[in-house]
Design a protein around this ligand. Structure first.
Ligand SMILES: Cc1cc2nc3c(=O)[nH]c(=O)nc-3n(C[C@H](O)[C@H](O)[C@H](O)COP(=O)(O)OP(=O)(O)OC[C@H]3O[C@@H](n4cnc5c(N)ncnc54)[C@H](O)[C@@H]3O)c2cc1C
Length: 458
C-alpha cells in the first residue's frame, strides 16, 4: 500500500493549490484526476465560455460599427471554427499549465484515473490502493440532465458538449434561463444563430431580484432572443431534422422548433461514483457532501472543497475553500466559510456584478435598510462607450451604515462591484466610499453619487 501525507481527489480549483501547499511544505501528496486537468472552469466552464463571450462581443461591436463611426464592408459573419480554435487555445493553455505545474512539484505524485474510497482512509485508483490520514475531495459537478420525456430520443447539448461545437446552429433552443443558459444564449445570438430560451419559472434568473430579471430580459430580447417563460412539463422530440421542445407555456404555441437544444438546467455534484458510503461520508438529499464551517466532513481527516460541498458553485468559492483549509491546517488559523460574503457575476454583456444580500434576503432579514438605484444611462463612462443598459443598486443597513448588498448590471459591473465588496469586508460604513475621490471617467466614480440618493427600503 502507498502511504501519503495527503491524497487529493480532483484537480478543480482547490485541489492543485492544496497539492502545491503540501508538497512545498515537504509532505508527500498524491493527486488524482480522471479526466482533464483543471476541471470544469478550465475545460468546460469559465475560461472557455468567457473566451467565447469575448468573440461574441467583438462581433457585436463590429455590427454596431456605424454608431462608432466605422464600416466593416459587408455583413459580419462569424467563423465558428476559428472561434472554437481560439477558445481551445486559451483553455488548452490553462489545462496544460495545471498539469505541468503539478507534475513539476517535488513530493507530489500525479495519478490519472478514477478514484474511489475503499474505506475512510484508503483510496483505490487503477487497481492501486493509496492511504493517507488526510484526504481532500475536490470532484466538482456536472450538468444536470433531467429525465424529461424524449430525452433519450433527441441529441442534446450540455455546457460540456457545447465546447466541441464548431458550426453555427441555425436555431439554438436553450432550456434554462439562468446564468449558464443566458451566457450561451446571448453568445450564440451574437454569433448569428436564432435563439430561444425556454424557462420553467415565471422569469429569467429567478434567484435574482425582479428588477434584475426584468432588465436582463430586456437586454437579451433587444438582441432578438425569444423567451418562453412558465414552460411546464418540457419534453423533447425529433422534428423536421431538428428538435421540438414542447413547453405548454402560458402564451405562444406549445412547441418551440429548433435545430439544436442546449440543456442548461442546473448542475449536480460528482458524488455518486466515489464510494462515499464505504468511507462513511454523508451527503445531503441533493448529493452534496455535508461539511462543517471549516469544510470538514463528519469523518475526521476528510475535507470536501469546491462545488461538491454545496457551499458555492464558483471558481472563486472553490479557491476560497482551498485558502480556508490551507490556512487552518498550515497556519493554525480559524477561517470559516461563513466569513465570506456572497459575490459573483453573470457574464452576459453588459455583465451583472453582485455582492451581499438580494432585496428579497434583506426583506426576509427584517433589517432596517436604505436603497439607492441609478440607471447606467446617466453614467458618463457608459454613454461614452455607447453601452448604457442596466443600473446600479446599493442597499445599506440604516443603523450600522454598512453595505448589505449591491448589484451592478452594466458596463464594467463585474469589476466595479469589488469596490463595494471590499468595503463590506472591511466592515466600514458606506460613507468611506462617499468621501473617496475616484478616477474620472469610470463607472466607479458614480458610486458616491448613487449613495447620495439613499432612501428607505420599501
Ligand atoms: C458553463 C459554465 C460557466 C461557468 N462560469 C463561471 C464563471 O464565470 N465564474 C465562476 O466563478 N464560475 C463559473 N462556473 C463554475 C465553475 O466552473 C466551478 O464552480 C469551478 O470549476 C469549481 O469547480 P471545483 O473546484 O469544485 O471542481 P471542478 O473544476 O469541477 O473539478 C473537479 C475535477 O474532479 C475530477 N473528478 C471527479 N470525480 C473524480 C474521481 N472520482 N476521481 C478522480 N477525479 C475526479 C473531475 O474530472 C474534475 O476535473 C461555470 C461553470 C460552467 C459549467
Amino acid at each position: 500500500m502507498n502511504k501519503y501525507d495527503a491524497i487529493i481527489i480532483g484537480t478543480g480549483q482547490a485541489g492543485p493549490s492544496l497539492a502545491a501547499r503540501f508538497a512545498t511544505a515537504g509532505m508527500t501528496v498524491a493527486i488524482i484526476e480522471r479526466h482533464k486537468f483543471g476541471g470544469t472552469c478550465v475545460n468546460t466552464g469559465c475560461i472557455p465560455t468567457k473566451t467565447m463571450v469575448a468573440s461574441a462581443y467583438a462581433a457585436h461591436v463590429a455590427r454596431r460599427g456605424a454608431l462608432y463611426g466605422f464600416a466593416v464592408g459587408g455583413d459580419v459573419r462569424v467563423d465558428m471554427k476559428r472561434v472554437k480554435a481560439r477558445k481551445d487555445e486559451v483553455s488548452g493553455r490553462s489545462n496544460k499549465g495545471v498539469e505541468e505545474w503539478l507534475r513539476g512539484l517535488n513530493n507530489c505524485r500525479v495519478i490519472q484515473g478514477h478514484a474511489r474510497f475503499q474505506s475512510s482512509h484508503t483510496i483505490v485508483v487503477n487497481d492501486e490502493v493509496l492511504q493517507a490520514d488526510k484526504i481532500f475531495i475536490n470532484i466538482g459537478g456536472r450538468a444536470s440532465v433531467p429525465a424529461m420525456p424524449g430525452i433519450g430520443e433527441v441529441p442534446f447539448l450540455t455546457n460540456s458538449s457545447m465546447m466541441e461545437v464548431d458550426f453555427l446552429p441555425e436555431h439554438l433552443v436553450v432550456v434554462g434561463g439562468s446564468y449558464i443558459g443566458l451566457e450561451f444564449a446571448q453568445m450564440y445570438r451574437r454569433f448569428g444563430s436564432e435563439v430561444t430560451i425556454v424557462e420553467m419559472g415565471p422569469r429569467l434568473i429567478g434567484r435574482e431580484d425582479k428588477d434584475i430579471s426584468q432588465a436582463v430580459r430586456e437586454i437579451v430580447e433587444n438582441e432578438g432572443i425569444r423567451i418562453r417563460l412558465n414552460a411546464k412539463c418540457i419534453s423533447l422530440a425529433k422534428r423536421d431534422g431538428g428538435v421540438a421542445v414542447h413547453t405548454e407555456c402560458d402564451d405562444g404555441p406549445p412547441d418551440v422548433l429548433g435545430s439544436h437544444v442546449l440543456l442548461a438546467v442546473g448542475r449536480i455534484p460528482n458524488t455518486h461514483d466515489l464510494g462515499l458510503d464505504r468511507a462513511g461520508i454523508a451527503t445531503d438529499e441533493r448529493g452534496y457532501i455535508v461539511v462543517d464551517d471549516q469544510l470538514q466532513t463528519k469523518v475526521p481527516g476528510i475535507w470536501a472543497l469546491g462545488d461538491c460541498n454545496g457551499r458555492g458553485a464558483f471558481t472563486h468559492t472553490s479557491y476560497n475553500d482551498y485558502e480556508i483549509v490551507a490556512d487552518n491546517l498550515f497556519n493554525a488559523d480559524h477561517r470559516r466559510v461563513s466569513d465570506r460574503i456572497q459575490a459573483y457575476a453573470l457574464y452576459i454583456d453588459p455583465p451583472l456584478g453582485r455582492c451581499g444580500m438580494s432585496d428579497a434576503e434583506i426583506r426576509k432579514s427584517g433589517r432596517p435598510a436604505l436603497i439607492a438605484k441609478y440607471p447606467m444611462v446617466r453614467v458618463s463612462r457608459a454613454f461614452e462607450k455607447g453601452e448604457t443598459q442596466g443600473f446600479i443598486k446599493i442597499c445599506i443597513d440604516a443603523e450600522t451604515k454598512q453595505i448589505l448588498g449591491a448589484a451592478i448590471l452594466g458596463t464594467g459591473g463585474d469589476e466595479v462591484i469589488h469596490v463595494l465588496l471590499d468595503v463590506m469586508y472591511a466592515k466600514a460604513p458606506y460613507t468611506v466610499i462617499q468621501r473617496a475621490m475616484h478616477i474620472h471617467p469610470t463607472v466607479a466614480e458614480y458610486l458616491p453619487t448613487v449613495l447620495s440618493k439613499l432612501e428607505p427600503f420599501a
